[in-house]
Design a protein around this ligand. Structure first.
Ligand code: GDP
Ligand code: MG
Length: 163
């Protein structure tokens, strides 16, 4: 069986864009409007000699009720349970928000290797946000751009080490 990598983070940080980048097909729905990506998606990834299964956790971005937040939390917990490695994604342009912390907490509790991705950092943007990410206690952030494909070399090295 392939090892499993779960992409975790609050809505709108670019999880589905990262999923699409790694799977190489438009399997995950990405949209500018919050709330579009609801279903969990999985794909097989071949990435520079590495092979793994990847899980994109859903957004439920419109979560305005306890039940939706609860569902998102459960879904994230389930993905983390299956994961050999977690990719924890933040938006480097906006920095670390309170909404990031419950997800970071779930990941920390899981105890599996975590790769911290400071996304939306293309062209050196979002360095301040990347520094803030240190405060999550999940290790050194990789400045990354899922949209532009920056940081893939560093991600590959981190995955190689973690898998
Ligand atoms: P998710 O909710 O975490 O799955 O986030 P999405 O992948 O749906 O992306 C949310 C928004 O961020 C979309 O408008 C994406 O186009 C945008 N986005 C994703 N990755 C990047 C990136 O690397 N740079 C920039 N500037 N925007 C990005
Ligand atoms: Mg999504």
């Amino acid at each position: 069986d392939l090892p499993t990598v779960a992409i975790v983070g609050r809505p709108n940080v670019g999880k589905s864009t990262l999923f699409n980048r790694l799977v190489g097909k438009k399997l995950a729905l990405v949209d500018d409007r919050p709330g579009v990506t609801r279903d969990r998606r999985e794909g097989d990834v071949g990435f520079g000699g590495l092979a793994f299964r990847i899980i994109d956790t859903a957004g439920l971005e419109e979560a305005d009720s306890e039940s939706l937040l609860g569902r998102m939390r459960l879904q994230t917990e389930a993905a983390i349970l299956e994961a050999d490695v977690v990719l924890f994604v933040i938006d480097a342009r906006v920095g670390v928000l309170p909404a990031d912390r419950p997800f970071a907490e779930m990941v920390r509790r899981a105890g599996c290797p975590v790769i911290l991705i400071a996304n939306k950092a293309e062209g050196g943007a979002g360095m301040a946000g990347a520094y803030e990410a240190f405060s999550l206690g999940l290790g050194d952030p990789i400045p990354f751009s899922a949209e532009h494909g920056e940081g893939l070399g560093e991600l590959h090295s981190a995955l190689q080490e973690a898998l």
